[in-house]
Design a protein around this ligand. Structure first.
Ligand code: ADP
Ligand code: ADP
Length: 225
């Protein structure tokens, strides 16, 4: 579960990137964050992922108090989340398989278990036949699916995606969102940021609207916070 109480984030002496944001997302829910460029979507996701600290406010994710997370708890917290980025952030000097195996290697899984899980992840995103391919030989949509396989291979309970369809045409974008919905159906909580209002509104999931670092009142009611 994701719980934010009056969370404010300020970078240095700049104006507030997020102002008094409160929200609650229950386990098993898939929700979207929309809003124009600069509204604070990335900042919100980075805070929830523990990549940034809030300036003020309470932030609890997957049972961890992120506003006071100790260094000792960070690895365990990281394992409970998966991150998907707009630009995939794949390693282009090694094949698809190695890209997906990497987080498991960092976590100390044994080779047979890594093999099993990487194959299962590739199967889920429909790319089992491409495990030996170099990322640059894949289409943009396939590369994003590799990014998603890497994010879910360690079976996180929470999937966070920042503009995952930013580089894709409308048809591929819908395919990628359908994939997130598949993972959500098998129990993963998912929070997906997108500036593409039209795309997001085609989906049956709740939408949180950010504007100038604030959650709109309408969205707040829908999210029940
Ligand atoms: P979005 O993802 O909705 O485009 P961001 O979260 O990237 O919005 O940005 C929200 C605001 O915070 C913007 O004004 C942006 O310039 C500012 N911002 C984001 N990251 C930083 C940073 N590291 N340093 C200074 N300002 C930042
Ligand atoms: P960071 O720089 O914060 O480690 P990366 O951009 O390197 O994040 O993450 C790349 C991918 O690998 C992401 O999907 C992330 O979830 C995963 N990942 C990286 N390190 C870890 C880790 N220690 N535990 C779990 N997943 C990880």
């Amino acid at each position: 579960m994701i719980f934010l109480q009056r969370v404010t984030k300020r970078f240095g002496s700049h104006s507030e990137a997020l102002s008094q944001v409160s929200l609650k997302i229950d386990p098993g829910v898939m929700a979207f964050i929309t809003g124009p460029s600069g509204a604070g979507k990335s900042t919100l996701l980075r805070l929830i992922a523990g990549l940034e600290r809030p300036t003020r406010g309470r932030l609890r994710v997957n049972g961890f108090d992120l506003d006071q997370l100790s260094a000792r708890d960070i690895p365990q917290f990281r394992r409970s989340i998966g991150l998907v980025f707009q630009d995939h952030r794949l390693l282009y000097d090694r094949p698809v398989y190695d890209n997906i195996a990497l987080p498991l290697e960092i976590m100390g899984y044994r080779r047979p278990e890594i093999r099993r899980r990487v194959r299962a992840a590739l199967d889920k995103v429909g790319l089992l036949q491409r495990e030996g391919a170099r990322p640059q030989t894949l289409s943009a949509g396939e590369q994003q699916r590799v990014g998603i396989a890497r994010a879910i291979v360690h079976r996180p309970s929470l999937l966070l995606a920042d503009e995952p369809t930013g580089n894709l045409d409308p048809a591929l974008s819908r395919e990628i969102l359908a994939l997130f919905a598949d993972f959500n159906r098998i129990g993963m909580t998912a929070l997906v940021a997108s500036h593409d209002q039209e795309l997001v509104e085609r989906m049956p999931h709740p939408v949180l609207h950010l504007e100038d670092g604030r959650i709109e009142a309408r969205a707040r009611q829908e999210a029940g916070a």
